[in-house]
Design a protein around this ligand. Structure first.
Ligand SMILES: [Zn+2]
Length: 236
């Protein structure tokens, strides 16, 4: 995980900046009046940063033959690179990166602003290219990711919805895929008892669930035939 540096990140942004830039609110207020002004500053700028950019040439090269290839159902020009702030399990801010379809990029930024506001911890958020687009490796690393042009899990036919960039897997370890006796990632077995709520978990009706479903996402934990607790998708 990379620490989050406001200045370097903000100055690197060349596309749409959805959260206002500014100085971080002071957290060292010692008097009532400075506490009040600090609270006002925090209301104006909560530290969340997000940007949506087209896929630049270097990123496209890194993705091609890994997470994307000719024949995939979505053109690389229809994908967007989203960078946003999230809290880690270490309780500090991190910069995450997601590849998503352009149609859902703003919704993703809005949802993760909600998750940021509630201080929901996200383990890490890297492009799957870092894991050679191996979903099992990404899940085992508890990596939150969206676009990955790949077949449906356990099948060689058809593309997974992740191939369209309209889905996201959040904290896969804490929110495993469960079908019969299959649990992915395997270490997610420690989290198959959903009544034992621990940080980073998603449950039906909780604030994370509400943040996603309010923006039109469906949750894999609501499915009947299997449970994919990490998975949210916006249907085509
Ligand atoms: Zn998924």
């Amino acid at each position: 995980m990379r620490p989050f540096y406001v200045t370097s990140f903000a100055s690197a942004v060349t596309g749409v900046i959805l959260a206002a830039t500014g100085t971080a609110a002071s957290s060292s207020a010692s008097s009532a009046s400075s506490a009040a002004s600090s609270a006002a500053a925090a209301a104006a700028d909560d530290g969340y940063r997000a940007s949506i950019r087209t896929i630049d040439a270097a990123t496209a090269r890194a993705m091609t033959g890994v997470s994307w290839r000719p024949g995939c159902p979505v053109r690389i020009s229809d994908l967007r690179r989203v960078e946003l702030t999230h809290w880690g399990f270490d309780r500090i801010r991190h910069r995450g990166e997601l590849i998503v379809h352009k149609d859902v990029a703003r919704s993703m930024v809005t949802v993760f602003h909600s998750l940021y506001s509630m201080r929901f911890p996200v383990r890490k958020m890297h492009r799957v290219d870092r894991f050679r687009a191996d979903d099992n490796a990404s899940m085992a690393a508890d990596n939150t990711s969206a676009f990955n042009c790949r077949p449906v899990a356990g099948s060689t036919r058809g593309f997974s919805l992740h191939s369209y960039g309209r889905t996201i897997d959040v904290n896969p370890l804490e929110n495993p895929y469960v079908k019969g006796r299959t649990v992915l990632p395997p270490a997610g077995k420690a989290f198959t008892n959903r009544a034992n709520v621990r940080p980073g978990m998603i449950r039906r009706g909780d604030r994370v669930w509400k943040a996603f479903t309010a923006r039109g996402f469906r949750w894999g934990g609501d499915w009947k035939s299997l449970k994919d607790y990490q998975h949210f998708e916006i249907p085509n």
